[in-house]
Design a protein around this ligand. Sequence first.
Ligand code: HAX
Length: 423
Amino acid sequence: MSYLQNILEDKIEAWRSEANQLIDLKGDTVISEVTVNQVYGGMRGIKGLICDTSSVSPDTGLIIRNYPLLEITHILPEEVFFLLLTGDIPDETALTDIQSQLSKHAEVPTYVWDMLKAMPNDSHPMTMFNTAILSMSNESVFKKQYSQGMAKQDFWKAILQDAIQLVAKLPAVGAGVYRIRFEKGELIDPDPSLDWGANFAHMLGIPDPDNTVKKLMRLYLMLHCDHEGGNVSAFSALTVASALSDPYYAVSAGLNGLAGPLHGLANQECLRFVLEIKNHFNGVPSNKELTDFVWEHLNNGRVVPGYGHAVLRCPDPRFTAFMKFGKEHIQDSLIFSIVQKLFEVVPPILLEQGKAKNPWPNVDAASGSLLYHYGITEFSFYTVLFSISRAMGMVSQMVINRALGIPITRPKSVTAEWISKNT
Ligand code: HAX
């Protein structure tokens, strides 16, 4: 039994009895009502899921296991993975253990590379990344053990093994997608002396003389790890996993949702928007010029990418963390200057327009400018970075859901006729 599994064994016993107690004591308590508006409105605000890995406060943003995000931006992505899974920041022994497990399982099966190389050379990097994950479903420990007749209370242990083995491979798969799709040359082997995030930077092959790209990747992969359970990608992944499809199926499914422009693909769209502004004005526009440009964009029926959110009602702390990094490292970048100007100009415009419930920037508004500055100019790749990180949240939620015996997801839908006759 692994060190991590040992730690979780005790915790899961406590979480199970806490859940049973809550159900016994409060099983019939109403926590949410559903209006017709919500049924037609993407179920916004309906409380219908349990998720303990993280929560999103409208006023302050992401809280990971009771740690407000901005208090823990210094920790490594693998530390945040441990935190998501267990509720604790790992001590030295626990960190060494999870790092050695990730390193042990980092090798990607050869058929993945063969398949990626055989895909059309204009494939979207997200299509390649998600297909690579799906193709590895054959590696699933859960799938094998389930077919051999595993006891329900042990499901989480096999899911945990899959979780580690899948997350371990994602930096190499992501970097491989980058190098294959954008013809960057041979794949680069992982460096066992590097941590998970730094290794990703290393395998991308971006020049990094002062290790700032490694620093940025650690931050990037830490910040995007989880955003509670109801967003499109987490919800889709968890729904698929609730049918006991293995984590490779489920993560791939969730990431297909992340690939949508209203969700994770917004980071690609944001940079496209920033470059459009740069090209239009041949540099950084004045506030007045940018205001007119944004209004015209809105009046053409388009959304401002990187702004607005379904839950947040404040500047996203992940955006704040990226802006801090940008101010420290690339204050003189033209692209970053446009991002800063957009932050001054867009919120008052969205407020004046009066449609968006949240006029503030979300995570996707700043991240692309940093990647672009360091030479990752192929912005269709950006959502892959998001995905590598977000997979940690998805699989952590899966481990916990199986441990708690959460059943197959099956909300009830109603017809329009039912609504008119019964409400
Ligand atoms: N620009 C222009 N209009 C916007 C807007 C924006 N950034 N954000 C919201 N609106 C509009 C909506 O399109 C909607 O218009 P209609 O009534 O005409 O349909 C109206 O304001 C109300 O929307 P809302 O309730 O405020 O927002 P939703 O919860 O429906 O949607 C979105 C949340 C994030 C999808 C939305 O704000 C948006 O489209 N933003 C731009 C895309 C983006 O940045 N997505 C990334 C979000 C973060 C994320 O998930 N990353 O993965």
